[in-house]
Write a protein that binds this ligand. Structure first.
Ligand code: MAN
Ligand code: CA
Length: 184
């Protein structure tokens, strides 16, 4: 009898404590608010995404992909022509003109050259950002797609290449989201 009552008192005490605070609302938003001032290095923020430009090492497509995964990121994909232009402009500003692996590839269905996907997202690669004459599947063994700055005048474009070529690469972080709530 006594223990039962004690149990009820503790329960009521808990209820009255919890109604002293209102927690409203729980909001999840894309990105990281500026006031949080979080360090994302070595990833740089461009638009709403975070990128890591590996311009000082070269490696094959598979190893590049693993290196990005090791950092909780993926090899770069481009969701729109705006994102492609953003990265082009950034690279032009830095003046570092390397060849970079992207996650675009033909590995899952190599007989159908139009069936390319972004390995990081599984989405079809439909952007027309190829360098003129590409993809040409030179030697019948170009299944991984790199971006480079070619031509006169030079401009950025995609080229299908051998997955074991050694190139620089760009990682793109998974989209960060911020959850916040108000205690009142
Ligand atoms: C090299 C490779 C190919 C590319 C041609 C273009 O041979 O990078 O992938 O198509 O150059 O001339
Ligand atoms: Ca090619």
């Amino acid at each position: 009898m006594f223990t039962q009552r004690l149990g009820i008192y503790i329960f009521l005490g808990f209820i009255s404590l919890s109604v002293a605070y209102k927690i409203t609302p729980i909001v999840t938003q894309e990105g990281i608010p500026d006031f949080l001032n979080i360090t994302t290095e070595p990833f740089v923020r461009l638009g709403n995404n975070y990128y890591y430009f590996r311009s000082n090492i070269i490696t094959n497509w598979y190893d590049a992909y693993q290196s990005c995964r090791d950092m909780g990121a993926g090899l770069i994909d481009f969701e729109s022509i705006e994102e492609w232009n953003l990265i082009n402009n950034y690279l032009n500003d830095t003046g570092i003109y390397k060849k970079y692996w992207t996650s675009s590839n033909l590995l899952a269905d190599k007989k159908n050259v139009t069936n390319r996907t972004w390995f990081s997202t599984g989405k079809p690669m439909t952007l027309d950002i190829w360098y003129p004459g590409e993809p040409n599947n030179l030697g019948g063994n170009e299944l991984c797609d790199e971006m480079g700055r070619y031509g006169t005048p030079k401009f950025w474009g995609l080229n299908d290449a051998n997955c074991y070529d050694k190139l620089c690469f760009i990682c793109k972080a998974l989209k960060p989201a911020t959850a916040s709530f108000l205690v009142w």
